[in-house]
Ligand binder design. Structure first.
Ligand code: UDP
Length: 235
């Protein structure tokens, strides 16, 4: 497979076309942004962590029956994926209160929910990724009802599998964001990444933050936390 022109450059990744119209190459970057792009920086080595951790989780989830866009890891920072039309929704699952949930509802971080929560935001940077519910998503034509139902089901299953894998490594999965796409032919698949950039990981014993919150909140040792997560997962 031959890498061709760049199709798109996002905040944390570049996407290239290939000589196969159904295959794209994703290249991860060390660039980090937070608060809708207001805070910018670099997390040295994060591109290899995020590439390898995402692929590790995508392979695991495929094995559990969740379809993904993953094809093959090409290098430390590059992966071949199936081309998919992105459903413009960020799907956020939470097991404990943190981040924008804690702020929005005026509660402390770390409240353990009896049931996980699922919420959606509309993927649109110029609007600041506004929160929306399923009826809003349907009204805006962002997805059809069957796809939304499947997405919700997959998100719950992903939470279940990631939570148990991480708990065996002494890590609490606080919350995470996932995205989905549609392959040619209409199949819904998991796309994008599952990494310390898109999840909150807390040490199960000490509560130490092992994710991008170290960058967002200027807690220091950002690179060390990303490396620690790789060590915990044994990858
Ligand atoms: N998240 C993400 N991209 C976003 C917004 C959130 O990956 O644009 C992830 C974030 O890392 C966290 C979860 O989704 O694991 C919930 O984030 P939250 O809504 O609390 O927003 P934040 O506090 O990060 O603004």
């Amino acid at each position: 497979m031959r890498q061709l022109d760049m199709l798109y450059e996002g905040k944390a990744k570049k996407v290239y076309m290939t000589d196969d119209p159904e295959v794209l190459i994703v290249e991860y970057k060390d660039d980090a942004t937070a608060f809708n792009g207001e805070k910018r920086g670099t997390i040295v080595g994060k591109r290899a962590v995020n590439n390898r951790m995402t692929n590790y989780f995508m392979r695991l989830l495929e094995g559990c029956g969740i379809p993904t866009h993953y094809i093959e890891e090409l290098s430390d920072t590059r992966t071949a994926v199936k081309r998919a039309d992105i459903v413009p929704l960020e799907v956020i699952v939470r097991n404990l209160s943190a981040g924008s949930f804690a702020k929005r509802y005026g509660v402390a971080e770390g409240i353990v929910f009896k049931q996980p929560t699922v919420e959606y935001s509309y993927k649109d940077d110029s609007l600041g990724d506004p929160l929306l519910n399923t009826s809003h998503a349907l009204a805006l034509g962002l997805a059809v009802p069957e796809d939304l139902a499947l997405i919700r089901e997959y998100a719950a299953q992903i939470n279940h599998f990631l939570k148990s894998t991480l708990s065996e490594c002494g890590v609490t999965l606080v919350d995470f964001k996932v995205e989905f796409g549609k392959l040619t032919g209409g199949k819904i698949v998991l796309v994008d990444e599952i990494s310390p950039d898109t999840c909150r990981f807390w040490d199960s014993k000490t509560g130490e933050k092992l994710d991008k919150d170290r960058f967002r909140l200027d807690l220091g040792n950002v690179e060390g936390a990303y490396a620690e997560m790789m060590k915990r997962l044994g990858i």
